[in-house]
Ligand binder design. Sequence first.
Ligand code: AOS
Ligand code: ZN
Ligand code: ZN
Ligand code: ZN
Length: 385
Amino acid sequence: MMELTEIKEKIKNFKVEVPSWGFGKSGTRFHAFHIPGEARNVYEKIDDAAFVNKITDAVSAVAIHIPWDKVEDYKVLKEYAEEKGVKIGAVNPNYFEDEDYLFGSLSNSNLKIRQKAIDQTFECIEIMKETNSKILSMWIPDGSNYPGQIDFNKSFELLENSLKQITKHLEKDMTMLLEYKFFEPAFYSTLLFDWGTSYMLSKELGENMKVLVDLGHHPQGTNIEFIVSLLSQKNKLGGFHFNSRKYADDDLTVGSLNPYELFLIFVELNKFFDLSAESQNQKISLVLDQSHNVKPKILAVVQSLNNLQITYAKSLLVDYEKLKQAQENHDVVASEETLKEAYETDVREILREVRKEKGLPEDTIKYVKECEEYWKMVKERESAY
Ligand code: AOS
Ligand code: ZN
Ligand code: ZN
Ligand code: ZN
């Protein structure tokens, strides 16, 4: 079993990337409600990420979405972020909002539109160079809504071809992550619908390409921790989008609905990665992908990081040696109990100690609620709303 001091050290160095879009306006297809204090542009999103980092020291970088976070000069954006103590993380090209993409982006049968999507991705690679980002994070919504709408085979080939062109433009130390999702916005067929399709392409397209697992992107009942284990074994797990869901891709606060599943995922991750290592993000990119439709944004991100730290701490408490023994003895009850023993441990005191030792507020949520700087920011943004 890991010593408490080592566990604390690991938690101290555990960092997660936050999404720029988690701080801005978001909603459902019915409405996007205004939440007081929400960020209005990418600079404010970076301010918010930096504020969260100041309180938690748990933010590795800020993921950006293009064109949502489009700016004139990305070098300026990079410097702005670094001055505030955060970095620019994964660059996410947006293939789901441009009017031209009605019938697909990188798989569109119209060469002009397909080329536009490819060029847009090349632009994102340029942005990566300017911001020193190493991750191109791709979620491709292409698919169809009705039987007969597309020729599966042709569409997949076109997508494959576009991706081939894109990977050729990646620099050696850049990674392309391929996210999958079984449906939405395409309701009949989605080209990259499961981990198998992403894995297949990532194998074909080489070492620079890996799979990204978003926790909201599987049919109900899917054993995600097993997928995590398989992809890790094959050295093809490149990243995570953390969130939680009840029904489909709900993008709720990570750990809010299925904390045990999240814990089991971390148990598998620990077998392959040192999630606390400095270079963690070179090996695996850990990113929140959430829309806080009804929560104050900053508070929701602080809460998410807290949930992740709790889960990580619990996963470190697992007696992996004992687990292995129990598995070898085919002692099913002991195996399961070994996991539950760690899961059921109250780790809040460990987190408080870690924060105290780092000179951070011990209760990060309470701290934000009472923080003058936070309320001043909310007031300023509201007066201009
Ligand atoms: C969409 O369902 C995916 O999760 C993507 O990662 C997407 O780019 C992100 O959620 C922002 O909308
Ligand atoms: Zn995602
Ligand atoms: Zn999603
Ligand atoms: Zn999601």
